[in-house]
Design a protein around this ligand. Structure first.
Ligand SMILES: *[C@@H]1O[C@H](CO)[C@@H](O)[C@H](O)[C@H]1NC(C)=O
Ligand SMILES: *[C@@H]1O[C@H](CO)[C@@H](O)[C@H](O)[C@H]1NC(C)=O
Ligand SMILES: *[C@@H]1O[C@H](CO)[C@@H](O)[C@H](O)[C@H]1NC(C)=O
Ligand SMILES: *[C@@H]1O[C@H](CO)[C@@H](O)[C@H](O)[C@H]1NC(C)=O
Ligand SMILES: *[C@@H]1O[C@H](CO)[C@@H](O)[C@H](O)[C@H]1NC(C)=O
Ligand SMILES: *[C@@H]1O[C@H](CO)[C@@H](O)[C@H](O)[C@H]1NC(C)=O
Length: 930
């Protein structure tokens, strides 16, 4: 044994050792390299700030997909106790990376040549005393591993041995490859945007291609609108679950091949910039992830209301009718939207003076604004090429467009021929802000919807406006390319050596988007920046809206990238009105929660074609619980507003009625998302990480930690078989209905057409209000608290909270004088029940006069009844209006063993007027008869 060489610094232990002869692999079992021959690490040293810099040299050159880069720089840093970065790039020239101004983070050290020579089987290990990760690498062929310090488990290991279906690191100009082994029991989630027919868990051998693309969401297993090269890996470890995430921060197109026991990235450019997030809980993972990529945007209160949209609201009267009909049908509605119907010739920032005359539109907006309703319109990135169009004129004057051979790149979208603004150019960002300001003066919209920003182009390649042919300019849809175009095949950007599986068909990567040899500001190639288009537009739009009226912006973006959630909400794009699409919507929604974009939903009832009446019933029952709840339909679909069918209207009143009672809870979840990244809609494993049964569950979801939605997702069903993790669950619609199980179980629930099952878990305090037809009204109604204990228990504790603020303020935080935060606690002891609150920043809630009128406590033992009520230490006299009532629970399932006689009661204390802004304590005794 050669003694290990030890280089110790204050914080870092770097261990260099030559492996003993029997542990070294013989040269005959050298990993089989598929594309390249791998690299060897020739030097490694510490940097003064606790990082590691290594130098890699290519083994024998190989020319598949181009020559290998001869020298690479490795940079490793334990950035926080739960974040590790591993960055590998060309040691000689600066390469494209996700711009540091779009996604702020530390710059790796400047590239410097470094020489050295390490033995063939040298292993370098870096441990940082404050880090949960141990990084190690082996010198030849170079591979690195990341282990979890607390349990020693290997989380990532890029070293191949002969038996692995992958080779060593490959680094060419236009092809990068790296793989990791994975244990069989690792459950992976993420790698989107992708419609996943097999549900939320990544499915071995399904393709995961990441490249922002306008192919409709009905395409399964293909690249879609957003790119999120991040996965969460959840392992049960025999009941000691741990989760971590791996982000590969790279904006180039890539295929990710997941084989169940390994995962390989095949990327067409950029660098390897890995970030590992230690968890170990799923909530910990999203907290660490969003603290790095940006916390989810605060959403205005009204945006949690219901939204109605449609492409094809031909004129303002139609829009007015829709609003009126919602009111008549008594279905809640907060926001009415226009697709491009209000525009003049489908040109951004314009109004059609015939169908949407400005004075009438302004009068309509005054009317809806006065009752708290809001209005949002669409904006596409393509700016019509039209010399009499001010937006275009100013764009040309400011030189804001993406270029090809020195001229603005010509494409076609809805208005006909267009140019695309280059949001990587600071001048474009100012011009865009100015156009939004001008438009807002024309029409005081309350938010913006940015669509088609993958970017979508009806043509491909290099185009000219045809001579003597008129392209459509707003007279009807028309997405067929009418420009005179030729494909570009001769550049290595348009025709790269490795073809990602673009659109699931391996089409050229410039197909129906910007030519990938087009150039952005500072010479940046579209090839590299393609998937950042929507993200950069979102940032520019956010900046513009934030500058207007000083209000909290609302932006809905179709294309997203790592970090988009800091600025915008997302909907899952053009889905279909089918049962499959209803099911897929749940997986995509919960994936976006993991991506740090918690404000998400799908087009309720489907974008096209027309849904059946039954489907639309079931869809609103799911959609009422999407964080972002909007009905939207295609131009060619029949009308599908929720009042169009009586049965759907009834389901909507029921489900949306419940949503509007839950608005204070949803808003608090929005706050938690903003401060900790916690998704609003979550997979069950977030709350039950050791319950393996729920790891792949994609037909139910949680709102927050303890409200579970178990919808009907199949035609013709009036029952639903739902999974109930261990513990007690109470139906939210009929709180006496109870399901309790020790080990967890599937329970078949009644679910007639108008019924959606929503259950609340034990040990929770849920704040609710009385609901209403507009969130502004609902928000001023009295509160109630629902407190849950395990059914029949004699001891227990429950917790809940609420965040309230002035949602017009751009910031969402405590300490500005315009917000209140309350923790609610409850305990159950032999002596009885106690519920109390702890208020932070009382002023805001006191000013609004909010009060709690009712407290309902579920699952209490026995039927002895409640007595001796005290509020803030004083007994409540018979003369007060306060009433105590007791109702017995009905069990659908009881705890397994010997609980036939199990009884539990619900106690309701009503007629209260406890101020939300003041600490209170309320208690009573429970008589236990057993
Ligand atoms: C990584 O994989 C290699 C090859 O299978 C193996 O020799 C090595 O022990 C692994 N490293 C870790 C830390 O798991
Ligand atoms: C608005 O459009 C509808 C439907 O296309 C039409 O019936 C109605 O006459 C139009 N109203 C006005 C004022 O143009
Ligand atoms: C340019 O815009 C004007 C004003 O909207 C419109 O009348 C005209 O048809 C457009 N021209 C072209 C070539 O699209
Ligand atoms: C351009 O390329 C696309 C995608 O490969 C192909 O469908 C189309 O026919 C080509 N167009 C021309 C004019 O060659
Ligand atoms: C490309 O994606 C499609 C759609 O998922 C899939 O059917 C096909 O097998 C993939 N092709 C390759 C080469 O991965
Ligand atoms: C209810 O309380 C009685 C008396 O304390 C106790 O014997 C019984 O086990 C309790 N029931 C449950 C289900 O905990």
């Amino acid at each position: 044994m050669v003694p290990p060489l030890r280089l110790a610094s204050l914080l870092l232990v770097l261990l260099l050792c030559t492996a003993g002869a029997n542990s070294s692999s013989s040269s005959s079992s050298t990993p089989l390299t598929k594309i390249g021959n791998g690299y060897r690490l020739i030097s490694i040293r510490e940097t003064p700030d606790g990082g590691l810099v290594g130098h890699l040299v290519v083994n024998k050159q190989n020319n598949i997909y181009g020559p290998d880069l001869p020298h690479l720089q490795l940079f490793v840093k334990h950035e926080t106790e739960d974040r590790l970065r591993v960055h590998i790039t060309d040691a000689e020239t600066q390469r494209w990376e996700v711009p540091y101004d779009l996604l702020p983070r530390e710059q790796p050290p400047r590239l410097k040549q470094s020489i050295g020579s390490l033995g063939k089987n040298t292993i370098a290990v870096s441990e940082y005393s404050g880090s949960e990760f141990i990084f190690s690498c082996i010198s030849d062929p170079f591979g690195f591993a990341v282990r979890r310090k607390s349990n020693g488990q290997t989380l990532f290991n890029s070293s191949a041995d002969g038996s692995d279906p992958f080779g060593s690191l490959v680094f060419k100009d236009q092809y990068l490859e790296i793989s990791t082994k994975l244990p069989k029991d690792a459950s992976l989630y993420g790698l989107g945007e992708n419609t996943q027919p097999h549900g939320i868990k990544l499915y071995p051998n399904d393709p995961y291609t990441l490249y922002t693309t306008d192919v409709s969401a009905i395409n399964l297993n293909t690249d879609l609108y957003g790119s999120h090269p991040v996965y969460m890996d959840l392992r049960n470890n025999g009941g000691q679950p741990s989760a971590h995430a791996v982000l590969l921060l790279n904006s180039n197109g890539m295929d990710v091949v997941y084989r169940g026991t390994s995962l390989t990235y095949k990327i067409i450019g950029g660098v390897f910039d890995f970030y590992f997030f230690a968890g170990p809980t799923p909530l910990g993972v999203v907290d660490q992830y969003t603290s790095f990529i940006g916390r989810p945007a605060p959403m205005p209160y009204w945006s949690l209301g219901f939204h109605q949209c449609r492409w094809g609201y031909h004129n303002l009267s139609v829009v007015e009718d829709v609003v009126e009909n919602y009111k008549k049908a008594k279905i809640p509605l907060d926001v009415i939207w226009n697709d491009d119907d209000h525009m003049d010739g489908k040109k951004d920032f314009t109004l059609n003076s015939n169908n949407y005359p400005r004075p009438k539109l302004l009068a309509f907006l005054d009317k809806i604004h006065s009752i708290g309703m809001k209005y949002i319109v669409i904006i596409d990135p393509g700016i019509a090429v039209n010399s009499s169009y001010g937006v275009y004129q100013r764009g040309i004057a400011n030189d804001v467009f993406i270029k090809y051979a020195g001229e603005p790149y010509l494409a076609q979208v809805w208005p006909g021929a267009v140019n695309f603004p280059d949001f990587l150019n600071p001048k474009t960002v100012s011009w865009w802000g100015d156009e939004i300001r001008r438009f807002h003066e024309l029409v005081p919209v309350d938010g913006l919807w940015i669509d088609m920003n993958e970017v979508s182009n009806f043509c491909s390649g290099l185009c000219k406006i045809p001579q003597g042919k008129q392209c459509p300019t707003g007279t009807g849809p028309g997405w067929i390319c009418c420009l005179d175009c030729k494909n570009i095949t001769k550049t290595r950007w348009d025709d790269p050596p490795y073809k990602i599986n673009a659109s699931g068909l391996q089409v050229p990567i410039g197909f129906k988007t910007i030519a990938t040899s087009a150039v952005h500001y500072n010479g940046v190639l579209e090839y590299d920046a393609h998937s950042l288009y929507g993200f950069s537009q979102t940032i520019a739009t956010h900046k513009a809206l934030q500058g207007l009226e000083g209000k909290r912006p609302f932006i809905l973006s179709r294309s997203t990238y790592v970090g988009s959630g800091k600025y915008a909400a997302h909907w899952t794009g053009d889905n279909q009105g089918t049962w499959e699409n209803l099911r897929y919507s749940i997986s995509t929604m919960i994936n976006f929660g993991i991506f740090g974009v918690p404000m998400v939903g799908s087009d309720i009832c489907g974008f096209y074609p027309q849904p059946t009446e039954e489907l639309c019933n079931r869809w609103i029952e799911v959609g009422a619980f999407y964080p972002f709840s909007r009905d939207h339909a295609n131009y060619y679909s029949p009308r599908q507003e929720l009042y169009q069918w009586d049965s759907v209207a009834e389901s909507a009143r029921n489900a949306l009625g419940m949503r509007y009672k839950l608005l204070p809870y949803l808003y608090t979840l929005n706050y938690e998302a903003h401060i900790s990244g916690a998704p609003i809609a979550r997979p069950l494993f977030f709350s039950f990480p050791s319950y393996i049964e729920c790891y792949g569950l994609s037909t139910q979801f949680l709102l927050g930690s303890s409200l579970m939605v178990s919808p009907v997702l199949e035609q013709g069903k009036s029952e639903v078989k739902a999974l109930f993790p261990p513990g007690t669950w109470y139906s939210l619609f009929d709180m006496t209905q109870t399901i309790a199980s020790k080990e967890g179980s599937y329970v078949t629930l009644d679910a007639p057409l108008h019924v959606v099952n929503v259950h609340l878990y034990q040990n929770t305090i849920l704040p609710m209000q009385q609901g209403g037809l507009i969130s502004k009204e609902a928000r001023m109604t009295p509160f109630s608290l629902v407190v849950t204990f395990p059914a029949g228990a004699t001891e227990g504790a429950a917790k809940g909270n609420i965040f309230l603020d002035d949602d017009e303020l751009p910031e969402m935080k405590l300490g500005n004088g315009y917000s209140t935060y309350v923790d609610f606690y409850a305990t159950l002891t032999k002596g009885g029940v106690k519920v109390w609150s702890q208020v932070q920043e009382s002023k805001f809630a006191l000013g609004k006069g909010w009060y709690i009128e009712k407290i309902t406590v579920l699952g209490l033992n026995g039927s002895g009844g409640a007595s001796a009520l005290e509020i803030d230490g004083s007994p409540v006299t018979g003369a007060s209006n306060i009433e105590l009532s007791t109702t017995e629970h009905k069990f659908l399932r009881k705890l397994e063993d010997g609980d036939d006689k199990m009884k539990a009661v619900m106690v309701e204390v009503s007629g209260l007027s406890l101020s939300v802004g003041k600490n209170f304590a309320i208690s009573w005794k429970m008589g236990i008869k057993g």
